[in-house]
Design a binder for this molecule. Structure first.
Ligand SMILES: Nc1nc2c(ncn2[C@@H]2O[C@H](COP(=O)(O)OP(=O)(O)OP(=O)(O)O)[C@@H](O)[C@H]2O)c(=O)[nH]1
Length: 429
């Protein structure tokens, strides 16, 4: 069925664009994305097959939604590039007064779980934080997402009111969204409420403009393009002029999403929960998904690049996804190095090493984070880095019986693993 829908959708989109392989819109249209979504929605409504394309479960769900009988669990996807503030927002959601019990699915790019402990320390319901490490929900561990969602809703449905999924900073949101629209089991129990994208105002322009090799998709652009809500985070780190330029750039990519500026992800809860971004017939969602893929081709062609376009819609980050219509690789130059080691660190040595590191490699070091055991401290030391921005503070105290294990993750371009391990060793007392 999905294939039929896909073909019809592609045809519909092609009909909108008689002049070239991208698509055109009336010159008088102030916002092309709005026009296209409207057109595609009306096409989907009018299409005789649109009602028969979805599964029975989806039909029932749509009718229930219309009658306000929809008791499926709403799920929110939090996405955004590495270090943009996703975990910070998640902690805000977990501690804010909204009366909702939240189950969290955390997806980390490195094989070491750092965010899990940082999130768990804020949550009162630790057992409902599920970690998925070392793979992207958009590809390698997508199956796990389905399994975990089903387990949550089937075994613990009475324990929470909302699911929040934090993707890795290198995830493509499209395939994750598609899981909610196309998996019959998931759509029976869970409804996608919205996609919230965090934007790091200090570094976003660099990533949005990044030149990618041919067929490699820019994840930062995709994360903005698929958003229902965009949080322009870290406004404390940029000038008004930079903020204005970034806002324009983002509006150009996605003119539909509501946008809010924030520091440390502080926004009203109704901006991120209860968005209702997908309270439409599933077929329309799927059509919109296809539309977005096409819209992204158009954006990609406008983002400075070496001529790449989306014939094959492929991106890389060291592993590949072989789903029918979103084959993609993530950028193979981007990888992670995880260090797990016992021992105590000299904080001064550590500071010196990290400062030297970001001075030399800051441009390529997208993200660093760690939970460390430092000398003369009963508490964990938590350090965070995004390019050359470094931050460190005491975290939760170690339990007296607990083995003090240092965990660090570096994510970036062309990482020198042996140099990183050597640098770390040099800080041990
Ligand atoms: N100055 C400033 N720092 C911020 C703000 N929001 C978050 N940070 C810091 O940015 C760093 C990264 O924040 P996280 O919330 O861990 O980012 P993330 O998107 O979850 O990171 P990954 O999961 O690694 O992709 C942390 O040191 C935060 O304290 C902000 O508004 N201003």
């Amino acid at each position: 069925m999905a294939t039929v829908l896909r073909r019809l959708s592609l045809k519909a989109i092609r009909n909108l664009s008689p002049q070239h392989s991208g698509f055109t819109y009336p010159l008088s249209t102030p916002d092309p994305s709005r026009f296209l979504v409207k057109s595609i929605r009306s096409l989907a409504f009018r299409h005789p097959y649109s009602q028969s394309m979805c599964s029975l479960a989806n039909h029932e769900a749509s009718i229930d939604a219309a009658l306000n009988l929809d008791d499926r669990v709403p799920a929110t996807i939090i996405t955004g590039f590495l270090g943009s503030g996703k975990t910070t927002l998640l902690n805000h959601i977990l501690t804010a007064q909204h009366g909702k019990r939240i189950a969290v699915i955390e997806n980390e790019f490195g094989e070491v779980d750092i965010d899990g402990s940082l999130v768990a320390s804020h949550s009162s319901a630790n057992e409902d934080i599920i970690m998925v490490n070392n793979g992207c929900l958009c590809c390698t561990v997508r199956g796990e997402l389905v399994t975990m969602l089903l387990e949550l809703v089937k075994k613990k449905r009475d324990k929470f009111d909302q699911i929040v999924i934090e993707t890795t900073g290198l995830a493509k949101p499209g395939p994750v969204i598609e899981t909610f629209c196309t998996d019959e089991q998931i759509s029976r129990y869970v409804k996608l409420d919205g996609v919230v994208t965090l934007v790091d105002c200090k570094h976003a322009m660099q990533h949005l403009n990044e030149v990618k090799p041919r067929f490699v998709v820019n994840e930062a652009v995709e994360q903005v393009a698929y958003a229902d809500r965009i949080i322009l985070n870290k406004i404390d780190l940029v000038s008004d002029a930079d903020l204005e330029a970034l806002t324009k750039k983002i509006q150009h990519i996605n003119g539909m999403a509501q946008m809010k500026q924030a520091k440390f992800g502080i926004v009203d809860m109704d901006f991120v929960l209860g968005v209702g971004g997908y309270d439409l017939d599933r077929s329309i969602i799927f059509v919109s998904y296809i539309y977005l893929a096409f819209w992204l081709c158009r954006i990609d062609s406008e983002v400075p690049s070496d001529g790449s376009h989306c014939e094959n819609h492929t991106h890389q980050h060291g592993h590949e996804c072989h789903q029918a219509h979103h084959d993609h690789k993530h950028d193979s130059a981007v990888s992670s190095v995880s260090i797990v080691s016992e021992g105590t660190l000299d904080l001064d040595e550590l500071d010196d090493w990290l400062e030297r590191l970001v001075e030399e490699k800051g441009e390529d070091l997208y993200r660093m984070k760690g939970v460390l055991s430092v000398i003369d401290s009963e508490a964990r030391y938590v350090f965070q880095g995004v390019h050359s921005t470094l931050d460190g503070c005491p975290g939760k105290p170690w339990d007296p019986e607990e083995k003090r294990v240092n965990k660090l993750v570096f994510i970036g371009r062309n990482l020198d693993e042996s140099a990183l391990r050597k640098g770390f060793k040099g800080c041990l007392v």
